[in-house]
Design a protein around this ligand. Structure first.
Ligand code: MIG
Length: 921
């Protein structure tokens, strides 16, 4: 037990009082720059040159001349790029993250003096933004054109604890002032004890590390230097986004009225996204960094995993038990238990003999289930291991002092593939191809890619001693290592708050003086490791059978969502961790990685039965829904407790009925970046009460999940923004208000609150125990009108495709897109569809069998007209309870549900329905 306990708690134990408070008060670092020339470039940009005002003595020498490039790149995107004017500096490689290149550096002597300040222009205006500047010291501001709000302003007053602009080789500093009432979101990956809204003076350090998610306010597995800023002026909200595209380690100090970046390398490459809605910000952001990957349909099914499925029989037993308990299951996973000696791309011949595994896979594949295994980047140093031999032969590994860098992970001594090297990408693809021939996996789980190392520094394989020798825990460093502290990369002048304790940045990862392809330093590329591996893995899987890849990556960076899904790493089976999971999930939606979830019931050490009940009720609505546990934890599959099984059947039952809605959201995510799981303020940006709300969330625009997150509680005090909400579990129950309200919902152990907002048309199916079967069942449409409205409308969408195809799009004959519309006008209800490319849906024989229209008023319904196939159609009217606050009581008449069943409307063909509501006599 102890070893794993320690591995998770180690950072906590080491976590002495954060050094931050003291550093907030720290003195100014530099004296700024002055603008000496500025000109417009032929492509409509602005090119300026900056000269240092005065040297400062800490964190190394200042760079004397800087080049400023400003460009209105699209209507909604402004870029501000500042770098050394005289030489190329490290930037996030354009090959990994394709984007426009700024003009190359030009030596100071060639600068145009034509426009030497005082310059005529001090403003550069695009369609959404105004960029303005001061010349000495050089500062810049970004304003929103429509309302004149200052979104970013790098000026520093004497009283501010920061300077205007500091640019040294290993220390970059820039700040912005912020209105105290701005709400900020983003800057991860971290576990945020205060919820989704950034909290003044909490530290935000970005540097990828294998630190378990139970550590609060610490740099975790991914690095996303982007935030969304939501402001409400006079009841009207507007949001914008700010990305600092930089892969070097950084501390971000958010003080409530200002924000300071302290970055240890690279360039200042800012992108401003104009919004003005939160959805527009994510749309503009993912337009730059890449749209979220299309996901296969089955990926929205339920996943079961654990570390410690010792042999294949255990795995078979798990699958059988899910079936027996009638709990949905789409995907069964193996952690490293299937491997031979923890080596990637191998099978343990005793516990996972290939013939038996193949027979098992054939069986589950025939049922429509999928199989995914883990893979770590460290390649075991072992002369009889083919993967290693071929890696050596192709020279694919990261180097240190000209030799392959040696680290230790589960297989013992390893080398790390250098995914920045095209040869490595090719070799990796070939290894995945070979493995897929050995075992027909359906996806890959790439873990430990921060990269995680059990040792630190420069290590050698010990002579005359076996490491690891099999007796101690595999994660204790047993190589012969010595610290490397004598380079400015391993020991930079400014210490970011790595691991929450200013740990050396090469600690338990690749030494930062190690080198990649083309001489790139690990110091610069560190946080790109998982991202580069994600790209290589995606390429490999896509190249295999041409199928749509599914990859789950622990480490992520700006742009990862284009390739991978993410889980939030090693959490604890506690109520706090259950709550944190919501904020982290919502953050990843903002980061452009919408396929995200946490280990359901906690990774470690053991959930209580009650917690596991409540966790599956939340986890059933994570975009990525997986139960996973640590090696040393007791078993926690959902069938292990009868009560959890019941909660799972209930919550996952709803998920599986909502699969068409979820999948349509994933299409929307792929097209526009829209998160699948969203904070409430995405749909109610003007409604201030939603800004800090981290205990409820939305799926899409209006399916709201309000779970129990407290031990012993059977009630939820949930926020209901203005309008009508209908319980999806019991459509006879609705809640409505004009102003928004908190409502306490009775929520017994097996219940979770899921409400649909007004004006929606939600496509649902009948569910099932596996998505392949659920997908074949008839559709029903749930139409939500605001309770008691006389004139209103509703809308919804449905996307269907062949999810094995690599692309998720219309135009190839393998997909269908449908817009549903409904209106209520003068007592007449109309519902109709507009189908694009219906052939695919027709070929699959999908039909709409039932329509439920909620929130109607009147006495009975009549004159049903159907333009489409129908047979034994039944129309029924039933009452609906509408809960309204006292002040609204006159609006709180009970409303009605009209249900039409027995329909046979082909999904792939336009249809229209209408009827009249009877009026009171
Ligand atoms: O050092 O593969 O976060 O999900 O079960 C631990 C074993 C390595 C860390 C992952 C966790 C996984 C575990 N891995």
């Amino acid at each position: 037990m102890l070893p794993s306990l320690l591995i998770l708690l180690l950072p906590l134990l080491l976590c002495i009082a954060p050094a931050h408070s003291a550093r907030y008060a720290s003195a100014k670092v530099g004296y700024g720059y002055r603008l000496v020339s500025v000109e417009e470039t032929p492509d409509g940009g602005l090119l300026g040159h900056l000269q240092l005002n005065k040297k400062s003595s800490i964190y190394g020498p200042d760079i004397p001349y800087l080049q400023l490039f400003v460009k209105q790149e699209t209507q909604d995107r402004l870029r501000v790029h500042i770098t050394d004017a005289e030489k190329q500096r490290w930037e996030v490689p354009y090959s990994l993250l394709p984007r426009d290149q700024p003009p190359p550096p030009s030596p100071a002597v060639t600068w145009s003096r034509k426009t030497t300040p005082p310059v005529s222009v001090s403003e550069y205006s695009g369609s959404q933004f105004i960029f303005s500047y001061t010349t000495n010291p050089f500062t810049f501001a970004v304003k929103r054109k429509s309302d004149g709000q200052t979104l970013f302003n790098s000026a520093a007053d004497d009283s501010d604890p920061y300077s205007t602009l500091v640019f040294k080789d290993q220390y970059l500093e820039i700040s912005t002032k912020l209105p105290a009432d701005a709400s900020l979101y983003g800057l991860g990956e971290n576990t945020q004890p205060h919820g989704i809204k950034l909290y003044p003076n909490d530290p935000y350090t970005l540097y990828t590390m294998d630190i378990s998610a139970i550590n609060l306010n610490t740099d975790l597995y991914g690095a996303h230097p982007v935030y969304m800023d939501l402001r409400n002026v006079g009841g009207k909200a507007s949001a914008h986004g700010v990305l600092l595209l930089n892969s070097n380690g950084m501390d971000v100090f958010y003080r409530g009225t200002s924000l300071t970046y302290k970055v240890i390398g690279g360039v200042l490459d800012f992108y401003f996204f104009a919004g003005p809605t939160p959805l527009a910000v994510v749309d503009q952001y993912t337009q730059l960094i890449g749209r979220p990957a299309p996901m296969p349909y089955w990926a929205f099914g339920f996943h079961q995993c654990r570390w410690g499925y010792h042999n294949l029989s255990v795995v078979e037993d798990v699958v059988a038990n899910y079936q027996k308990a009638k709990i949905p299951l789409d995907v069964i996973w193996n952690d490293d238990d299937h491997m031979d000696g923890h080596k990637d791309f191998t099978l343990n011949p005793i516990n996972y003999p290939r013939p038996k595994l193949l027979a098992f896979l054939e069986k589950i594949h025939n049922m429509g289930m999928k199989y995914i295994v883990i893979n770590d980047p460290g390649i075991g140093i072992n002369s009889t291991y083919g993967v290693y031999q071929r890696g050596l032969a192709n020279d694919v590994f990261i180097k240190h002092d000209g030799e392959n860098f040696i680290a230790q992970v589960w297989p013992g001594a390893v080398h790390f593939p250098d995914f920045l090297n095209p040869k490595t990408v090719e070799w990796w693809g070939d290894e995945i191809r070979r493995f897929h021939e050995l075992v027909p996996i359906d996806g890959l789980w790439i873990d430990m890619n921060e990269a995680s190392n059990f040792c630190s520094g420069k290590c050698k394989i010990p002579e005359g001693r076996i490491c690891p020798n099999g007796t101690g825990p595999g994660w204790i460093c047993c190589l012969d290592c010595k610290n490397i502290t004598d380079t400015r990369w391993d020991n930079p002048p400014y210490k970011i708050n790595a691991s929450g304790l200013q740990a050396p940045i090469g600690f338990k990862t690749i030494a930062t003086s190690a080198v990649h392809y083309n001489g790139v330093l690990e110091y610069d590329a560190h946080s790109l490791y998982g991202f580069s591996q994600s790209i290589a893995t995606h390429k490999a899987l896509q190249g295999l059978e041409g199928k749509r890849p599914f990859i789950l990556s622990r480490s992520t960076f700006v742009g990862s969502g284009k390739y991978v899904a993410h889980w939030t790493g090693d959490n604890q089976g506690t109520w706090q961790d259950l709550r944190y999971s919501i904020s982290t999930m919502l953050n990843f939606g903002i980061f452009g990685v919408p396929m995200v979830g946490s280990d359901i019931c906690g990774f470690y050490p053991a959930p209580t039965e009650e917690l596991c009940n409540r966790w599956i009720e939340v986890g059933a609505f994570y975009p990525f829904s997986r139960d996973h546990a640590n090696y040393y934890s007791p078993r926690q599959e959902l069938y292990q407790w009868e009560s959890v099984a019941e909660s799972a059947r209930n919550a996952l039952g709803m998920r599986y009925r909502l699969l068409p809605y979820l999948y349509t959201l994933s299409h929307e995510a792929h097209m526009t970046g829209a998160p699948i799981a969203r904070p409430l303020f995405f749909s109610f940006p003007d409604y201030v009460k939603t800004y800090g709300l981290s205990t409820q969330f939305l799926l899409g625009s209006g399916v709201m999940v309000s779970p129990v997150l407290e031990q012993g509680s059977t009630a939820v005090k949930a926020l209901f923004p203005p309008g009508t909400w209908f319980s999806l579990f019991d459509m006879t129950q609705a809640i409505t208000s004009k102003e928004g309200q908190y409502v306490t919902l009775d929520t017994p152990l097996h219940a979770v609150n899921v409400h649909a907002y007004q004006n929606m048309i939600i496509p649902m199916q009948q569910g099932g125990l596996i998505s392949r079967e659920a997908r074949k069942t008839p559709f029903s449409l749930v139409v939500t009108f605001p309770a008691g409205a006389q004139e209103t409308q509703a809308k919804g969408q449905l996307f269907l495709d062949d999810d094995e195809l690599p692309e998720m799009k219309l135009g190839g004959g393998s997909s269908t897109y449908i817009d549903f519309y409904a209106t209520l006008s003068q007592g007449k209800v109309k519902l109709w569809s507009q189908v694009q490319e219906g052939e695919y849906a027709l070929k699959n024989g999908w039909i709409v069998q039932k329509v439920s229209v909620l929130g109607l008023e009147g006495v009975g319904a009549s004159d049903l007209e159907i333009d489409g196939a129908a047979e034994n159609v039944e129309m029924s009217v039933s009452p609906q309870n509408v809960l309204a606050p006292l002040s609204d009581v006159q609006d709180a008449k009970s409303s009605m549900i009209v249900e039409i069943s027995g329909l046979k409307l082909p999904v792939g063909k336009n249809f229209a329905l209408s009827w009249k509501m009877g009026t009171k006599g």
